[in-house]
Design a binder for this molecule. Structure first.
Ligand code: PEP
Ligand code: MN
Length: 345
């Protein structure tokens, strides 16, 4: 249920509504919109008298929300969520799409990572990605450098000013990762690790949730609901393809329609990862462009200084020259850099 307040409702009227609900053992979350304040009611509403609430001073209307994903729905929160970072970078709403790039995993060669980060900065990207804790299908594959990898990412941030996105696989690592990362990534395989999602709801750092390989859009939004309902509103969604019946040419099926669908039903930012969606480096450019045209708030794609020798996901990683060419195309589409006029904005 949500309670929409009148545009001229006073703070006292708003507080009376909140107290009325909380006195009955339910929780509230207030969303301060540009025009109206909306109070979302969380908990068992069976004993709540809607008519009484609707009649309270300052209340415009009481709406029952059908969607199970209440707090992340547009109904409860009509304005877009825009996540702001201390260095001024923003994701969501009408902000220019952001670019998150880097190797699949952080490897022993720090200079390689720095080459990627330097090129990323030069091309106007905002985030350096790279896994220090890797979810690998086989236990015999490279599992990541763990804290050493986080230190490398932090050093690359220091040298370039890029923000760091890296994956959290376990609740036990949240504190450690929070020391180093600007965004904690929940991998596709952990999208329904509810204990992890709840724990990420108790921190304030932005969390990026990747869509599970077999998750419906509703399940994807409910994963975000876990984080938001536990207290962290800073959630970014990432579409990275779902399993299809034909993986001969593409690792997954990129669900481009998920972008406008999620923008219609949710206020959260949604970005697209064309690397994991396709598994092929030549598909990063066309699918990344398609995602931007569909309205994605950003892209995440893999770049490696030497993809042929990458420890993980080399086939879906661009080398540095390819990265520059492809990113130039994305920047043209985003309108961030006007190459023809050599007039960067
Ligand atoms: C990744 O981003 O490195 C990754 C493992 O992605 P996903 O969880 O989407 O497979
Ligand atoms: Mn990868």
């Amino acid at each position: 249920m949500i309670i929409v307040m009148e545009h001229n409702a006073t703070i006292e009227q708003l507080n009376r509504v909140i107290k009325y609900i909380e006195d009955r053992g339910l929780k509230t979350q207030v969303n301060n919109g540009a025009l109206l304040n909306v109070v979302a009611v969380i908990g068992d509403k069976s004993h709540l008298n809607c008519e009484n609430i609707a009649a309270m001073d300052g209340v415009r209307e009481v709406k029952k929300i059908q969607e199970a994903y209440k707090l992340v729905s547009r109904m409860a929160h009509p304005d877009d969520t825009v996540i702001k970072f201390p260095n001024g970078v923003k994701i969501g709403g009408l902000e220019r799409p952001v670019l998150m790039v880097g190797p699949c995993s952080v490897e022993k060669d720090f200079d390689g990572l720095l080459k990627v980060a330097t090129a990323a900065k030069e091309m106007g990207c905002q985030f350096l990605r790279g896994g220090a804790f890797k979810p690998r299908t086989s236990p015999y594959d490279f599992q990541g450098l763990e804290e050493k990898g986080l230190q490398y990412l932090a050093q690359a941030r220091e040298k370039t000013g890029l923000l760091v996105v890296t994956e959290v696989m376990d609740t036990m690592d949240i504190q450690l990762l929070s020391k180093y990362a600007d965004v904690l990534q929940v991998g596709a395989r952990n999208m329904q690790n509810f204990k992890l999602l709840k724990a990420l709801g108790r921190i304030k750092k932005p969390v990026m949730i990747k869509r599970g390989p077999a998750a419906t859009i509703k399940e994807f939004l409910l994963a975000a609901e876990y984080v938001v309902s536990n207290g962290n509103p800073n959630v970014i969604l990432c579409e990275r393809g779902v399993k299809g019946f034909d993986n001969e040419f593409s690792r997954n099926v990129l669900d481009i329609a998920a972008v406008p669908i999620i923008k219609k039903y949710s206020h959260l930012p949604i970005i697209v990862d064309p690397s994991h969606a396709t598994g092929k480096r030549y598909l990063i450019e066309p699918m990344g462009k398609a995602a931007l045209v569909a309205g994605a708030h950003g892209l995440m794609y893999e770049v490696h200084h030497d993809p042929d020798n990458a420890m993980c996901d080399g086939a879906q990683s661009l080398n540095l020259n390819q990265f520059k060419e492809v990113t130039k195309q994305f920047n043209k589409l985003i309108g961030r850099i006007d190459y023809d006029n050599k007039n960067n904005v």
